[in-house]
Design a protein around this ligand. Structure first.
Ligand code: QAP
Ligand code: CO
Length: 182
């Protein structure tokens, strides 16, 4: 299977707010999507990516929080079975919001059921960074970006920062020349 890097949507792209549909069948098309998403995540580099971020509105998530970058987890049609009452804060970031990091409070422990690449159901209990990452990526499938957990003031500052970044990239002729030279 040959893998490809996919373009990542950047906040405030309205397509990040679309709600993903369940995968009807775990077939080669979905396995290819997951492989391409993994390639895109590893190259970024990142620890999690949702299909929504590559403009595919189906319920697929890839996660790898290992230091060695060889513990890929794929969640298809993930469902939250349970969440702890206790919350925990973590400074999150997102490949769709580059350069922005802020604390988000979420349930500390979760239980998630999903399908794997063979279409088999599995359940995972997660805590710590894995719990944060799975919840962050499941939010993407609902059309929610982590900045939406922050205050309206912070959201409008982040939006302005991202729009300026986008403008600066468009105005930069060297970036253009560099990509044309490839
Ligand atoms: C979600 O995020 C996450 O701003 C995955 O310049 C993040 O992989 C879950 C990244 C934190 C739990 C904790 C962000 C890369 C990667 C950036 C990512 C950047 C380069 C984010
Ligand atoms: Co994200």
């Amino acid at each position: 299977m040959t893998m490809a890097r996919l373009p990542i949507l950047r906040y405030p792209d309205p397509r990040l707010h679309r709600k993903a549909k369940p995968v009807a069948q775990v077939d080669d098309r979905i396995r290819q999507l997951a492989a391409d998403m993994a390639e895109t995540m590893y190259e970024a580099p990142g620890i999690g990516l949702a299909a929504t971020q590559v403009d595919v509105h189906e319920q697929v998530i890839v996660v790898d929080i290992s230091e060695t970058r060889d513990q890929l987890m794929v969640f298809i049609n993930p469902v939250l079975l349970s969440k702890s009452d206790s919350l925990s804060d973590y400074e999150e970031g997102c490949l769709s919001v580059p350069g922005v990091y802020d604390d988000v409070s979420r349930p500390a422990v979760i239980e998630v059921q999903a399908l794997d690449l063979a279409g088999e159901s599995f359940v995972v209990r997660a805590e710590g960074l894995l719990a944060v990452c799975i919840q962050h990526e499941m939010d993407h499938l609902q059309g929610k970006v982590f900045v939406q957990h922050l205050s309206r003031l912070k959201q409008s500052r982040i939006r302005a920062k991202m729009l300026k970044q986008e403008k600066d990239r468009a105005d930069d002729p060297s970036g253009e020349a560099a990509s044309l030279a490839l």
